[in-house]
Design a protein around this ligand. Sequence first.
Ligand SMILES: [Zn+2]
Length: 411
Amino acid sequence: MSTVRIDCELAIIGNGDSIKDASIVYENSKIIYAGEQEHSPESANVIQTKVVTPGFWDSHDHYFGLRKFEYEERFIDPKIKFMRCAWDTKETLLAGVTSVREVGGFGLLLKQSIQEGTITGPRIYAAGSMISMTGGHGDSHSLPAEVFQHFSEKDLIANPIADGVADCLKLVRTHIRSGAEVIKYAASGGVMSEIDPPQYQQYSSEEQHAIVGEAARSEVSVAAHCYGEIGIKTALESGVKTIEHGTYLTEDLCDLMIEKDAILVPTVYTYKGLFDTPEAKDNLPEYGYTKGQLILKTHMTMLKMAVKRGVKIAMGTDIIVTGEYHPIYKHGDNLRELSYLVEGGMTPMAAIISGTQNGPLTLGKRAPKSGLLQTGYDADIVLLHKNPLDDIAVLINRENIQSVIKQGITY
Ligand SMILES: [Zn+2]
């Protein structure tokens, strides 16, 4: 394939730098030049645009294929749910998100379907399903345990249960055997689960060390779903790379995150889109609605503290639904999270860094060369008619996107 050159008024590199009157040149799936236009190599294919950014990373997404939250929905044949996700992956990509760290859902299978060209979507780095303890965030508390056990063996997206070090090791190994590029476990209670308050720690320190240690032997990083203070502390001491959600972070824990070079994925979008709407009460089960309101009270204050304190943050949405059943909560709207990060005290440039450069860092030692407009990196590029540094909301409106390039292919 010959090269393609993009000439633009402004190139936002992804690491905080930007270049005026720039050219980005790529060959096949890799960038071979990113710099000033006057020094750029020639190309027979030149595209003009106003602004370019790297393709974005959603570092906390889910492809579950669930329209609603009732149990009946969960019992629908997994093949139907899987097919629904084709809409979600396509919308994600067209929104400018070229990479997704999928921390629970059909990601492993979707990744292959996308790579084979059967469906359209971002490059997926998947965890498989989240590892949870009995009665934990991944359990379905009102089902008889045997029913849940049966269900989780049949349904590819149900969270498997592991208790004790031996079971935890086995599950991590099983996930890595399935191709997981990140491991996710629940280190605290959750919101969309019935009887486990988000503040409470889940898994002992011993179990958490076992999970992280086993993953580390394969250089796989670990994401801890975590709200409460003690759970966050234990997860960080166990060596997790990312804290997902993090609502009850304290200043001391922010400092510990910086010391450990851990990354916060605050997933504001899901709290705003799912819990902070007039329809929330009708759309959600009562336990989810009640817990969601509690999180909403503190989450933005926590984010402002973390931003001010200098915690490294990666953009992630935590979208748990499929299709267009929730008007302001759906795949394809992923970059709305950047506006919430700005609301949390970031500059537009810092928010863009969290959605580009910081994305691959959530994969630790397995971080791919992605998220930056630099030589040798994946040719993942978003071409824009407007400048998101003037107004980050530019990225929410699809009309502002000229095209999205993923690994050298234009969408
Ligand atoms: Zn999630």
